[in-house]
Write a protein that binds this ligand. Structure first.
Ligand SMILES: CC(C)(COP(=O)(O)OP(=O)(O)OC[C@H]1O[C@@H](n2cnc3c(N)ncnc32)[C@H](O)[C@@H]1OP(=O)(O)O)[C@@H](O)C(=O)NCCC(=O)NCCS
Length: 233
């Protein structure tokens, strides 16, 4: 009789362990619980904790779609060899608003992330298990921060990942000395940014679509945002 299957670690378990050790060796990731099962203040409090380095966090029950699942969302620095797939995620996420193929093709250049941006901007990804499910990119120059990208995997919208990433970017920008953060927002994302505390600040021409104007949003970064997150970069 062969060895009982249950005594052997599965291939996925081995992969998970390998990734855990790899992540530990980088010493630069935040581990946070998805808070999508929570609303309002409780969720905000937990989301804020996402920008603080934590030793560990137990998975929290999360509602995604119709299912209640146990998942942990990890925030970590983007890696150079995943920039191509991150650019793909940006396009997939942008498509959520129903743009046609020609429109998305016109956005491709602006949504492509280049290796040098790892040095000139802060780029953070959200990971669920082994899958990247969102990203945020912020650039700081003096007191001004620009939120360049914020994209969540379309199947996971509304699960709290956007908030986690936005809060990370705001804290990161604040830690780098910014006092305000500006967003050239997709019109579909404006209610989200308002929910995050941003306000309308005029409009700007789209960098991808000639003649198209985009809402400009602005967020003041107060001292409460300081979180020590700079240590994670
Ligand atoms: C905008 C985006 C990043 C938000 O991410 P998300 O993970 O879906 O948002 P969250 O689940 O974290 O939502 C946080 C809060 O904003 C609210 N919210 C999110 N999207 C909203 C919308 N379209 N309208 C109204 N409220 C919204 C949520 O209800 C939640 O409110 P709560 O705190 O009361 O529970 C996501 O919709 C996305 O990736 N869209 C496609 C790409 C895009 O347009 N990116 C922005 C480019 S400028």
């Amino acid at each position: 009789m062969g060895r009982r299957q249950g005594t052997l670690p599965s291939r996925s378990a081995i992969n998970s362990l390998a990734q855990a050790f790899s992540a530990l060796s980088q010493c630069n990731q935040s581990i946070v619980s998805s808070t999508s099962c929570l609303r309002g203040g409780a969720r905000r409090a937990l989301a804020a904790s996402a920008v603080q380095e934590e030793e560990s966090a137990a998975p929290a029950a999360s509602r995604w779609g119709d299912k209640v699942m146990h998942r942990t969302i990890r925030l970590r620095n983007a890696l150079q060899d995943e920039l191509s797939s991150l650019s793909g995620l940006c396009l997939r996420s942008k498509a959520h608003w129903g743009y046609d193929a020609a429109f998305l093709a016109a956005c491709r250049t602006e949504l492509t992330i280049h290796p040098h941006e790892l040095q000139t901007t802060s780029l953070q990804v959200a990971e669920r298990d082994t899958a990247v499910v969102g990203l945020v990119q912020v650039r700081v120059a003096g007191a001004d921060a620009d939120l360049l990208k914020l994209f969540v995997e379309p199947a996971l919208l509304g699960a709290g990942i956007g908030r986690l990433l936005f809060e990370w970017a705001a804290a990161r920008a604040h830690d780098l000395g910014a006092t305000r953060m500006t967003i050239e927002a997709d019109p579909g994302a404006v209610p989200f940014y308002v929910r995050m505390g941003a306000h309308h600040a005029g409009s700007v021409p789209s960098q991808s679509i000639p003649g198209r104007m985009l809402p400009r949003m602005r967020m003041e970064l107060d001292r409460r945002r300081s979180s020590g997150v700079a240590a994670s970069q």
